[in-house]
Design a protein around this ligand. Structure first.
Ligand code: NAD
Length: 245
């Protein structure tokens, strides 16, 4: 990871923040995006600078195509190149289908899935030029098994898997790898919205008997981003404490 340059979306908090910290700790420079919270982004920049790597934050809505293309241009100007892309930004707008409106369906698809198209399309130019690159897309256990009340989210996360396998096939001959991480239940602000009894139920059902942490996901990302996984592409790595077993 040393001297590599990574771009991570939605890293000001939660899983993205954990990935950024683990990358920096392994000597990787980190460009990262945030949506709204500049204070959190500034605090992460300070936290990462301790590792003596280059870091910079960019405010962007990853569902906007033109903005993502400009983002990658800006990162190239600031960092000189790009080796690793982690598409992490995501949202939930849960409801049973009966009550789910069109806007909430479209919004989740745009932020969770279209963003992955936007960012991968923008980044592939530099990966093709370098004849090297690692793309890691954050899906979910819900994208593999579905979940009542999350049809929009599950569709977006399944879509990420199909997209990633296709990109792995398209870009493999240029030494560009594309893999997916499917986290299970990870303790972040996203899951803190869930009722206590739902959290308890999830945790009891996990063979390792605990929720995951952003660092658990960060460590798996280092594996898929680095040469440790140089012969792995088009795969879904389940980081879920055995939830799907
Ligand atoms: P989180 O809500 O704490 O963080 C999500 C991040 O995405 C935030 O930094 C937010 O600002 C950013 N974001 C949201 N909308 C955006 C937009 N339009 N443009 C740019 N950035 C935007 O959630 P988290 O738990 O850290 O989740 C991170 C990723 O992991 C998501 O893709 C989520 O679906 C996935 N995931 C989470 C869990 C879990 O249990 N927490 C499980 C499986 C998958």
């Amino acid at each position: 990871m040393k001297d590599k340059i990574a771009l991570i979306t939605g890293a000001s908090r939660g899983i993205g923040r954990g990935i950024a910290a683990v990358f920096a700790n392994n000597g990787c420079s980190v460009a990262f995006t945030y949506n709204n919270n500049k204070e959190m982004a500034d605090s992460l920049e300070k936290e990462l600078a301790v590792y003596n790597i280059k870091t910079k934050s960019y405010k962007i809505d990853v569902s906007k195509f033109d903005d993502t293309q400009k983002l990658v241009e800006d990162v190239l100007k600031d960092f000189g190149s790009l080796d690793i892309l982690v598409n992490n930004a995501g949202i939930t707008k849960d409801n049973l289908l009966l009550r789910m409106n069109e806007e909430d369906f479209n919004n989740v698809i745009d932020v969770n899935l279209k963003s992955v198209f936007n960012m991968t399309k923008a980044s592939q130019k530099v990966f093709l030029k370098n004849r090297s690159g690692s793309i890691i897309n954050i899906s979910s256990v819900v994208g593999v098994k579905g979940n009542a009340g999350q049809s929009n989210y599950a569709a977006s996360k399944s879509g990420i898997i199909g997209f990633s396998k296709s990109i792995a096939l398209e870009l493999g001959s240029r030494n560009i790898r594309c893999n997916v991480i499917a986290p299970g239940f990870i303790q972040t602000e996203m899951t803190s919205k869930l009722p206590e009894e739902v959290i308890k139920k999830w945790e009891t059902a996990i063979p390792l008997k605990r929720g995951g942490t952003p660092l658990d996901i960060g460590n798996s990302c280092v594996f898929l981003a680095s040469d440790l996984s140089s012969y792995i592409t088009g795969q879904v790595l389940h980081v879920d404490g055995g939830m799907l077993t």
